[in-house]
Design a protein around this ligand. Structure first.
Ligand SMILES: [Zn+2]
Length: 110
């Protein structure tokens, strides 16, 4: 009769999947704005911004034409719902600019 292979996780502790689910839940509760990105209102606004300006504004400043696929908050909304949905505070950017420049700007500011 084969013996059950012993595991290192004590029975009273959650599995890795349970730990991950718990982490995500805590993160959503801590930063409710994360849920705003899933709302229909945001999706419609995002679509409108990209339709108004389908090219990356950051690349344009450097004389490059790139198709935008991301909408960036110019001024950090910091969970301010009004600022989050303010179309004047939104700009079309490409994923590259959003990842590189903007995230590092936000890191510097915080
Ligand atoms: Zn760009």
């Amino acid at each position: 009769m084969p013996k059950k292979i012993p595991t290192r996780r004590p029975r009273n502790l959650p599995t890795r999947a349970e730990q991950n689910a718990l982490y995500e839940k805590k993160r959503r509760n801590r930063d409710p704005y994360r849920n705003w990105y899933h709302r229909a209102a945001w999706k419609a606004l995002r679509k409108q911004v990209l339709e108004n300006n389908p090219f990356c504004v950051r690349c344009k400043r450097r004389g490059i034409v790139t198709v935008a696929d991301t909408v960036n908050h110019i001024k950090k909304h910091e969970s301010d719902e009004e600022l989050f949905y303010d179309i004047e505070n939104l700009e079309s950017v490409c994923a590259s600019c959003h990842g590189r420049e903007i995230q590092s700007e936000e890191k510097r500011r915080s």
